[in-house]
Design a binder for this molecule. Structure first.
Ligand SMILES: [Zn+2]
Length: 227
């Protein structure tokens, strides 16, 4: 080799520059002449809003605001999750699965009314006021601590004519993460979530977080603690 140092330098340059410098000086590879614009299908990366934690220990932030969109059946959800929710339903239907959103956004007042209704039901069964309140809270989240008040959660069931609930739940467990939704209350995580298994309750967190949470079998609590 006549010029080992030059060859070595060239090799380093090749490695550093992606082969452009030595082979064709002054000419950039094709792809570099294209401006680095975002691809057309760039996933919309939601901000921190999508990772807002709401549970018994974390009430809804005082400054939380939802811009709502009303679905065809009258149920409302946060407008920011609507495109992905719609895309998920379109995909499900194309595969012969027919889900419906039974519950979406719920006002603070509606949550309060739900809790009172449950307390009344237990009182009617003969429980004391204290017992009835405790039992009701096992079923209904304390007002201010329900994800439904965020507008980012949807209780998704089957239309009952073309699909059965079990089919819808199975499809969602398999596919919801692709659309940014997670199974929020898994069966074996009730000690962490404080909520019984709810195969119908899906929470929007964005596609990136949803992929990690569902693949690693995490709860939102665990995912956020690891960040
Ligand atoms: Zn729910």
């Amino acid at each position: 080799m006549k010029h080992p140092k030059i060859m070595l330098l060239c090799l380093i340059l090749i490695l550093l520059s992606g082969a452009a410098a030595c082979i064709a000086p002054g000419r950039l590879p094709e792809e570099r002449s294209v401006p680095t614009a975002a691809p057309e299908t760039a996933p919309t990366e939601p901000g921190d809003w999508a990772l807002t934690l709401v549970n018994a220990d974390h009430p809804i932030p005082a400054d939380w605001e939802s811009e709502l969109v009303t679905l065809s059946n009258g149920v409302q959800v946060d407008a920011r999750i609507y495109p992905d929710l719609q895309a998920m339903f379109d995909e499900a239907r194309s595969e012969g699965i027919y889900p419906v959103v039974g519950e979406g956004y719920r006002t603070h007042e509606a949550q309060e009314a739900m809790l009172q209704e449950k307390i009344s039901a237990f009182l009617a069964e003969g429980y004391s006021q204290t017992e009835a309140e405790q039992l009701a809270r096992d079923w209904v989240a304390e007002p201010g601590t329900s994800e439904h008040e965020l507008g980012l959660a949807a209780d998704i069931n089957a239309d009952k004519t073309r699909s059965a609930n079990e089919e819808v739940y199975a499809w969602l467990a398999e596919n919801a993460a692709d659309f940014g939704f997670i199974l929020r209350y898994p069966a074996d995580k009730t000690d962490i979530t404080g909520i019984d298994y709810e195969p119908w309750h899906y929470r929007y967190v964005g596609k990136e977080a949803a992929a990690e949470i569902m693949q690693s079998h995490l709860t939102l609590e665990e995912y956020l603690a690891a960040q």
